[in-house]
Design a protein around this ligand. Sequence first.
Ligand SMILES: *Cc1c(COP(=O)(O)O)cnc(C)c1O
Length: 221
Amino acid sequence: MVDVAGNLGAVQAEIAAATRQARRQTGAVTLVAVTKTHDDERIRPAIEAGHRVFGENRVQEAASKWPALRREWDDLELHLVGALQTNKAVDAVTLFDVIESVDRPRLINALVKAMARTGRRPRCFIQVNTGEEEQKAGCLPGEADDLIAGARTAGLDVSGLMCIPPFDADPSSHFTLLSGIARRNGLTQLSMGMSADYATAIAHGATHVRVGTAIFGSRRS
Ligand SMILES: *Cc1c(COP(=O)(O)O)cnc(C)c1O
């Protein structure tokens, strides 16, 4: 048995402590509870404990889980944190309130069209591949300024930036890099930090931390 409510409380307490320690305002950091691979039984205790902001990495999986939960709770906020294919843009803007993985011009175009078609307008984060890893989604750091400008010109509601540092690296330099790109582009929101490094991310200015394992336990993948 995983004590979801207990884990959630512990993570919230650690977020509050890291926020204080960084001399940032109470409530400056939003916890996105990442529920990928977990079913209703695991998710409900978090909602019942009062948590409202959740993340999924796959459109199809989110479509099978969240519409029913949203019918029960009308104040949930759902973030897409995984790579998005252009052919799923309509489903994504229909399901999600925030899309954190905008990373290329073709996807920006698909999202603009999907928003026009559905009348939905989720907030967007531009994902930056700060470690310049071959296999990883996100634009290269050197492309970020142009992509942000392009997304704004196209009419997306660009709130901030997101990154996933390389698995085996010290994340600090990646958080610093992301925060610099945000600052020079006038963006105030930074989605960075996961179970292993969210306190570090908060020290570097994260406004959103995406935490799965520390709340819901290990994933069956
Ligand atoms: C799965 C996932 C997370 C959560 O990772 P944990 O290490 O389980 O906290 C955060 N961000 C993204 C993009 C993910 O896919």
